[in-house]
Ligand binder design. Structure first.
Ligand code: DGL
Length: 289
């Protein structure tokens, strides 16, 4: 429970000018973390969101721990310039490394990952104590999910499945066609045969495949989506330290390390809003951190 206790934020770290009006930083390897950012914006529209998607270097989930860790440090260094009151690691592949290495390097910053909120809900949801997890190869090989679940309830059986093809499909916009369905069946059917009643979507890209996943699992399996569960964790954290910004609607600012023009429309359609500010960051500038 040690890690979960750390996530309960009993102490607010010292920071020079942390106040309600400070932004919330959110990052992912690409567009997947927008699933978390959008839900957060709907829940807390007065919060200033600064998103970073590392679209020039996606995918992370097939890379080594060392590389993923280095990218996460570079991005956090970039977001730290905005003096955020909180940073959300909207990437399970980074979250699977834990938050300690970022907390050690950025002592004044608070982090919320996407793994702990998903686990807390999954443990409460499963009735037959059989939980499935789909994620990137990095997330699954870290064994972070089974380790943390076991700390809460040893009797839960965890069935894991790496799904390396799903992130490229989402980045291509192939979210619900026959090819995608076949690939999802290939990955998920062994978990269904094992009898899971709860499935954690262990990658922030996967909520974009929810409809296709649902067709394979049917309605008897509960899907746990980090984008649904992380927002409440953030709200509780901000409320606990009187840091909620209830001011007027803010326009999210979305930074990307690569930003082809046609991608902006895809993101506007996903967000169902034209009120997004897009910015491109030169990847070479990130490497100075
Ligand atoms: N969306 C990220 C995750 O949650 C990363 C996917 C990737 O870049 O491979 O794991």
């Amino acid at each position: 429970m040690k890690h979960l206790e750390k996530q309960s934020f009993s102490i607010l770290k010292q920071s020079k000018s942390l106040d309600k009006k400070s932004p919330i930083g959110i990052f992912d390897s690409g567009i997947g973390g927008l699933t978390v950012a959008k839900k957060l914006h709907m829940l807390l529209p007065g919060e200033k969101i600064i998103y970073f998607g590392d679209t020039a270097r996606v995918p992370y989930g097939t890379k080594s721990k060392e590389t993923i860790g280095l990218y996460a440090i570079q991005i956090t260094g970039f977001l730290a310039r905005f003096n955020p009151k909180l940073i959300i690691i909207a990437c399970h592949s980074v979250s699977s490394l834990g938050t300690h290495f970022l907390e050690k390097k950025f002592k004044n910053l608070h982090f919320i990952d996407v793994i702990n909120p998903s686990i807390e809900v999954a443990v409460r949801t499963t009735k037959n104590k059989k939980v499935g997890i789909i994620g990137t190869p990095a997330t699954i090989s870290s064994n972070r999910y089974p380790q943390l679940i076991r700390k809460i309830d040893r009797s839960i059986k965890v069935y894991q499945q790496p799904c390396p093809l799903l992130v490229p499909l989402v980045e291509e916009g192939w979210t619900d066609n026959d090819v995608t369905k076949k690939i999802i069946e290939h990955y998920i059917e062994p978990l269904i045969r094992a009898g899971i009643d709860t499935l954690i979507l262990g990658c922030t890209h996967y909520p974009l495949l929810k409809r296709a996943i649902r067709k394979v699992t049917g309605n008897s399996v509960q899907l746990i989506d980090a984008s649904d569960v992380t927002g409440m964790k953030v709200k509780n954290f901000l409320a606990q330290f009187a840091l909620l910004n209830n001011g007027g609607l803010k326009k999210p600012v979305l930074y990307f390390s690569d930003l082809p023009e046609n991608r902006k429309d895809v993101m506007r359609r996903f967000w169902k809003s034209k009120n997004l500010i897009f910015k491109k960051v030169n990847i070479d500038l990130l490497s100075v951190f």
